[in-house]
Write a protein that binds this ligand. Structure first.
Ligand code: ZN
Length: 97
């Protein structure tokens, strides 16, 4: 996993200047930036590092939280740390229609 996030196929506009997603396994417990729940040690999760409107940011989310934030476009529009709702696990990654 990895590479530059690209929403061209979803026809979205990316607010970030650039950022990179990786899917590491947690070497220690982290807190999910979306729902605020813990990401357990050893759990695969999404890690983002990059620059949004000039500010460097670095956060981690559960896989399903990240996907939810992408699907709802809240990731682009801006979200409040730890205030999201952890979604049911979904396998599908759908582009907004
Ligand atoms: Zn979460």
């Amino acid at each position: 996993m990895g590479g530059t996030w690209n929403r061209d196929d979803c026809q979205g506009e990316v607010v970030s200047d650039f950022f990179q997603m990786t899917q590491p396994r947690a070497a220690k417990p982290y807190r999910c930036a979306w729902c605020g729940e813990s990401i357990r040690r050893g759990e695969l999760h999404q890690k983002a590092a990059g620059q949004w409107e000039g500010d460097w940011q670095d956060w981690r989310m559960h896989d399903e939280c990240y996907q939810h934030s992408v699907d709802t476009e809240e990731l682009q529009d801006g979200f409040s740390l730890y205030e999201g709702e952890r979604p049911e696990i979904e396998v599908l990654i759908a582009c907004p229609s």
